[in-house]
Ligand binder design. Sequence first.
Ligand SMILES: C[S@@+](CC[C@H](N)C(=O)[O-])C[C@H]1O[C@@H](n2cnc3c(N)ncnc32)[C@H](O)[C@@H]1O
Length: 263
Amino acid sequence: VTEASISFDRAADFYDATRALPPHVQEPLTRTILSEVRSAGAERLLEVGIGTGRIARPLLERGLAVTGVDISLRMMERLSQQLGPRDAGPDLLLGDATRLPLADSSFRAALFVHVLHLVPGWESALAETRRVLASGGVALLYYERYESETLWGRRSEEKWVELLRQRGFARRRRPSREEIAGELERLGGSRRILELAEDVDRNTPATILEWTRLRVHSWTWEIPEELFFECLPEYESWLRREFDMDRELGDRAVYELEVWRFP
Ligand SMILES: C[S@@+](CC[C@H](N)C(=O)[O-])C[C@H]1O[C@@H](n2cnc3c(N)ncnc32)[C@H](O)[C@@H]1O
C-alpha cells in the first residue's frame, strides 16, 4: 500500500510556500485542536501524515507533545529544519497510515489534515487509528468546504477528467468526506462538527492555470508527464474561452474540524 499512497517527497521544498493557512484559520484551528486534545485527556497528539508540520508546529510552540507519522522523509526533514530553538521536537516516525508502527490503545487523540484522500487504503488507515486510540479517544479531521465549487474549481476538475478520459486515462478515485465519515461511524465513532472560520477564497483563472502548469497540487502528480503536457494546451484554451483570465472569482470557504469520539 505504501507504494500506492501519494508521498509528498516531491513537494517538500515548495509545500509551505504554497499551502500556508491564513492566520484567521490557523489560529482557531490550533486553539480548537488544543482544547479537544485536552478534553479527551490526551497528553500527546498523534498526527498521521504530519508532513512539514504546517499544523503541528504551532501546536508544538504551545507546548503540546506530538508524534508524527509520514511516508515522506523529505517532508519530515523540512519540519525539523523549521523548529524554533526552544520548541520541543516531535517524535517522528517514517511509516504508513495503513500500518501504524504504534501499540494498541497508545493514544487518546489523533489528527488528520489533508491526508486520507491520498491513501488508497484509507479504510485500513481509519481501522489503524481506531486500534491505536484508547477508549474515549478522539480522531480529529480538518476540512475545507468550498460552497461554490460547482462554479469553477469543479468545472476545471471535470475538464481534466474529460481530457484524460479521451486519452484512456482514469484518475484515481479519492474518498469523499462522507465516505470517510461513514467508515468512522462503522468503527463506532460519533461525530461533532466544529466550524472554525469562513471566508471567501479569491483567485484568478490565470493563477489557477499557473499552479496547474507548475503541478503544485497532488492531483496532477498521478498523470504521466507526457500525457499531462499533451492535455495542458487544450485545458488552457478551454479556460481562456470560458473565463476572463484576470477576473478574481470568489469561492466561499468554510473551515471545519470533525471530532470523532470512540467508546
Ligand atoms: C497534503 S500533505 C499534509 C501534511 C500536513 N498534515 C499538513 O496539513 O500540512 C499530506 C502528507 O501525507 C503524507 N502521506 C501520504 N500518504 C501517507 C500514508 N499512507 N501514510 C502516512 N503519510 C502519508 C504525505 O507524504 C504528506 O506529507
